[in-house]
Design a protein around this ligand. Structure first.
Ligand SMILES: Cc1cc2nc3c(=O)[nH]c(=O)nc-3n(C[C@H](O)[C@H](O)[C@H](O)COP(=O)(O)O)c2cc1C
Length: 330
C-alpha cells in the first residue's frame, strides 16, 4: 500500500505531520515524533514582533542608545517569546542534522518588511519549506476586505522573491470569497494552502473585568469547516497543495480530509493530549481502513469527494444548509 504524498514538491512517506507548535522545541521530543512515524514537522512560528524586538534590542545594545521607557514598552518583552532568533535557526539545523524529517519553518507576521528576511535565513538553516501565517485582525472600519487580502499577498510575494523553497499560506476561514482569494494567492506564488488558522478567542473575566486569554485544544468537530473548504478549493485549484490543520484526531477524520482534497494533515492538539503515539494510531487506522476498502494508495483517494468529484456537490453548498435546517422536527 502506498501512503506517500507530494506536498508542495516534498515527497512525504504519508500525509501525517506535526503542525506548528512548541512540540519541536526539544530535540529529544522531535526524535520521539519521528519514531512515532511523523512524516514531517512544522516549526513553531517566528513572529514579526519577536524579530523586530530582538533586532531593536541588538541595535540599542550596539549603539548604546538611551531609549525612553515609553519607546521600550512599545515592543513585547523578548522573554515572552519561546526561542531567540538564533536558537530558532539553530533548531532547524539540529532537526535536519539529527533526524530525516522534512522541516517546514513558520513565519508569522502582518506587514511587509525586513523581518521577512528570516524566510531566507530559515532556508539557509536547512528548512525544506516555509509556512506563512498572517494572523491579522482588522479593527478599523476604514479597512476593506481587499486591503486585508492584499496585505498577505504582498508579504507572500516578497518572501517568494527571496527563497527557492516552497511556501504555503496558513489561511483564515473568515474571508468573504475564499475561492477568489485562493486563486490570487496561487497567482502570487503560493505552493500550498493550509486550512485553517485557529483564532484563539479571548474570553471576558466578569469578576476581574479583564480580557482573559485561554488556549483550548481542538476536537474532531473542528474538522468539518476544513472539509467543506478543502472540497471547494481543491476542485478549483487542482495544482495547489493543501494541508488540513484543525481537528485531525482520528483515522476517519484523516481519510475524510484526504477525500476532500488534502495532501497533508497536520496534528497538534491530539499530539499534545495523547503524545506522539497519536500519530501512529491515526496512521494505523488509515492503513486498516484502506485495506478493508481496497484502496492501494492515498493518491487514489485524494480529492475523490471534492466539489467536482463527489456524487452530490450541493451537499457542500447552500442547498445543504436548507436541507439540514428543514430536516429537524420538534
Ligand atoms: C500550544 C499551541 C501552539 C501553537 N503555536 C502555533 C504557532 O506558533 N504557529 C502557528 O501557525 N500555529 C500554531 N498553533 C496552531 C496549530 O498549528 C494548529 O493549526 C491548531 O492547533 C489546529 O490544529 P489541531 O486541531 O491539530 O490542534 C499552535 C497550537 C497550539 C495548541
Amino acid at each position: 500500500m502506498d501512503l506517500s504524498v507530494n506536498y508542495m514538491g516534498l515527497k512525504l512517506k504519508h500525509p501525517l505531520m506535526v503542525g506548528a507548535s512548541p512540540l519541536v522545541e526539544d530535540l529529544d521530543k522531535v526524535k520521539k515524533l519521528e519514531d512515532a512515524g511523523a512524516s514531517a514537522v512544522v516549526m513553531n512560528s517566528l513572529f514579526e514582533e519577536q524579530i523586530l524586538a530582538e533586532e531593536d534590542a541588538k541595535f540599542r545594545h550596539e549603539q548604546d542608545a538611551v531609549v525612553s521607557a515609553e519607546a521600550a514598552s512599545y515592543f513585547p518583552d523578548v522573554d515572552d517569546f519561546l526561542m531567540s532568533l538564533d536558537k530558532y535557526l539553530n533548531q532547524i539545523a539540529q532537526i535536519k542534522k539529527s533526524t530525516s524529517l522534512p522541516v517546514i519553518a513558520s513565519l508569522n507576521g502582518v506587514s511587509v518588511g525586513g523581518w521577512t528576511k528570516y524566510a531566507k535565513l530559515s532556508q539557509e538553516a536547512g528548512a525544506d519549506a516555509l509556512e506563512l501565517n498572517v494572523y491579522y485582525l482588522p479593527t478599523s472600519p476604514a479597512e476593506t476586505g481587499r486591503e486585508v487580502e492584499n496585505r498577505t499577498l504582498e508579504i507572500l510575494k516578497s518572501i517568494k522573491d527571496s527563497v527557492s523553497i516552497p511556501v504555503s499560506v496558513k489561511l483564515s476561514p473568515f474571508i468573504s470569497a475564499l475561492p477568489n482569494y485562493a486563486h490570487l494567492l496561487a497567482e502570487a506564488g503560493a505552493d500550498g494552502l493550509v486550512l485553517f488558522n485557529r483564532f484563539y478567542q479571548p474570553s471576558i473575566n466578569i469578576e476581574e473585568l479583564e480580557v482573559a486569554s485561554v488556549i483550548h485544544f481542538s476536537d474532531s468537530s473542528e474538522l468539518l469547516l476544513r472539509l467543506r473548504w478543502l472540497a471547494i478549493l481543491d476542485a478549483t485549484l487542482p495544482k495547489m497543495s493543501f494541508a488540513a490543520t484543525g481537528g485531525i484526531h482520528t483515522a476517519e477524520g484523516a481519510i475524510q480530509a484526504i477525500m476532500a482534497g488534502a495532501d497533508a494533515l497536520q496534528m497538534v492538539s491530539a499530539v499534545i493530549r495523547v503524545g506522539p503515539s497519536a500519530i501512529k494510531s491515526v496512521y494505523q487506522g488509515m492503513v486498516e481502513w484502506m485495506e478493508k476498502h481496497e484502496y492501494t494508495s492515498v493518491d487514489n483517494m485524494r480529492g475523490s469527494m471534492n466539489l467536482s468529484s463527489c456524487p452530490d456537490a450541493s451537499a457542500f453548498e447552500r442547498a445543504n444548509y436548507m436541507r439540514v435546517l428543514r430536516s429537524w422536527r420538534p
